[in-house]
Design a protein around this ligand. Structure first.
Ligand code: FAD
Length: 504
């Protein structure tokens, strides 16, 4: 008889049940465990809790008689209830996505762990590449070019399609002047069904009973939770929105938070889409003359480059990466930030982005990095607490993707293993790349005084605080030298420290 196959809540696509290439047994019965302790332990965004439960329950409904769906307090109790507490039959499971879950399944008798699915590259293959490239000085660009070659993505023979590997310089345009929104068709949005109604009733009840507490607002579900919805979202993106993806990738518009981004991180991270089909369809669109190379290359770079790189680094860096704190930042997250209290914030960019998180649990990359993450970095918040906040508040947040992105990329807490310099800027960058500064009470050019922009002042205060460490970094040395030209540095430092953790 086939062994029962356990699927986690982020392993919901058909490829997790595909027997070929080391998958589960053919026609394996399926086990799913909805463990409520996960929600009890931490204060998640309500939209995230909704998405994960809705996705799991939709999958169970599709699998029908093939699945045993257990609602339990913990995985251990769920396994016992389903009769797999050691003595029972054997289980298979695809390599889970977090270290805690991997330890859980490898530490138990009767569970066979199968290779990971949902990524382009096997862990062992990355190990060999990292070894060859000096494990401690890895860079995404080298990894990405290697992936392009190995997986024959956007290649013409041995050469990159179009003759260059990297079209990033075409992908940094500010938003079109005076536009409130990009002129592109709207992204795919799903319709809720009775499973969503049931999830909403459960969440309401658990919240009322004081069993769980959430942050963020409830609202109509915005992301795919089934394979069908996920494919519709991918199709719509490639057919109607991919063309503009590149140009405005880094731009922000107050009234158009999504712009031309794909919104595919949720279905990808739930395991509903396979990254291979995403990059293949994008490449086909370019080959068919339906999307320009800079957009297609940019999209392939995000998925076959960044996403894969982050997944591999999560395992490569090891568990101690979680607590890295190279800049010794210890400040707790302020209450207004923890509570997503956008209305308490005066700075227009931060208020707008925090409101997006509060209302949807999602913002695109640049607001995460250059508005939210940068605020945390400039104000010296504890990077582990920042990571926890992102994990809880973002609909696409999982342990594997948060650790390298927040500890490394956004908080520079790894001292430069992930990026070559800290990502932070003054208000001038935000002003150039968005329409957020125009209506703001602060002025991006002002460092001190009543209209001092908290990003501009915060940027210099950050450089000053880490002057010694950063002057040794060749990409930061010039910026650090700029401190010497500031006649108002003392006043600036006094004003920023006076603000303390009040909302800027
Ligand atoms: P698009 O801009 O359309 O990009 C396409 C896809 O590329 C994404 O769907 C995603 O799968 C992938 N991708 C791009 N960059 C990254 C990256 N750095 N890491 C992993 N995948 C990437 N992404 C998550 O999936 N989950 C997270 O929890 C997450 N947290 C982040 C936290 C911070 C501080 C930062 C700076 C980035 C984070 N990212 C995270 C990466 C990126 O911001 C999101 O993947 C992206 O904004 C999701 O929106 P999208 O699907 O429209 O992306």
């Amino acid at each position: 008889a086939p062994r029962t196959h356990w699927i986690f809540g982020d392993q919901l696509g058909p490829h997790f049940l595909e027997p070929r290439h080391g998958g589960p047994d053919a026609h394996a019965p399926v086990l799913m465990i909805e463990a409520r302790s996960v929600l009890r332990r931490r204060r998640f965004h309500r939209a995230k809790a909704h998405l994960v439960l809705s996705a799991m329950r939709h999958r169970a409904a599709e699998l029908g008689d093939r699945v045993r769906y257990v609602q339990a307090r913990t995985y251990t109790e769920g396994l016992a209830e389903a009769g797999f507490d050691g003595g029972g039959g054997r289980l298979t499971v695809c390599h889970p996505t977090s270290r805690a879950a991997l330890d859980f399944v490898t530490g138990r008798d009767g569970i066979d762990v199968l290779p990971a699915r949902g990524f382009l590259l096997a862990r062992e293959e990355f190990g060999a590449w990292a070894e060859e490239h000096g494990s401690d000085r890895l860079r995404m660009e080298g990894f990405y070019r290697w992936m392009r070659r190995e997986h024959e993505l956007l290649m013409d023979g041995d050469a990159p399609a179009g003759g260059t590997w990297n079209l990033d310089h075409d992908n940094r345009e500010p938003p079109p002047r005076d536009a409130k929104a990009l002129d592109v068709p709207a992204p795919y949005r799903p319709h809720e069904d009775e499973i969503d109604d049931e999830v909403r009733r459960d969440l309401d009840r658990w919240e009322r009973d004081g069993e769980v507490t959430f942050v963020g607002r409830d609202g109509p579900r915005r992301f795919p939770v089934t394979r069908r919805e996920a494919l519709a979202a991918l199709r719509r993106f490639v057919a109607h929105r991919l063309g503009d993806f590149g140009r405005y990738e880094d731009a922000m518009l107050a009234a158009d938070p999504v712009m031309s981004h794909s919104l595919l991180s949720v279905p990808l991270n739930l395991g509903l889409l396979d990254p291979a089909e995403c990059v293949e369809r994008a490449e086909q669109a370019w080959r068919a003359g339906e999307a320009p190379l800079n957009s297609v290359e940019g999209f392939v770079r995000q998925i076959a480059g960044w996403r894969e790189y982050v997944w591999q680094l999560y395992w490569h860096f090891g568990e101690e990466y979680r607590t890295r704190n190279a800049l010794r930042h210890r400040a707790p997250l302020p209450g207004w930030f923890l509570d997503l209290d956008a209305d308490a914030v005066t700075a227009n960019c931060l208020s707008a982005v925090l409101a997006q998180v509060r209302d949807t649990g999602w913002t695109h990359h640049i607001p995460r990095l250059m508005v939210l993450g940068s605020r945390a970095l400039q104000d010296g918040w504890d990077p582990a607490a920042v990571t926890d906040w992102f994990h809880r508040c973002f609909v696409d947040g999982y342990d594997w993707v948060m650790l390298p992105n927040v500890v490394g990329m956004s908080q520079y807490a790894d001292g430069g293993r992930m990026t070559t310099k800290p990502y932070t800027s003054g208000g001038a960058y935000i002003n150039k790349m968005s329409d957020l500064c125009k209506p703001c009470a602060y002025r991006p050019t002002d460092r001190t005084g009543e209209h001092a922009c908290p990003y501009t002042a915060g940027y210099w205060a950050f450089l000053h605080r880490h002057r010694t460490a950063l002057s040794g970094n060749h990409r930061m040395a010039r910026a650090v030298k700029g401190l010497d030209r500031l006649k108002d540095l003392d006043a600036l430092l006094e004003e920023t420290s006076e603000r303390g953790d009040r909302a800027p």
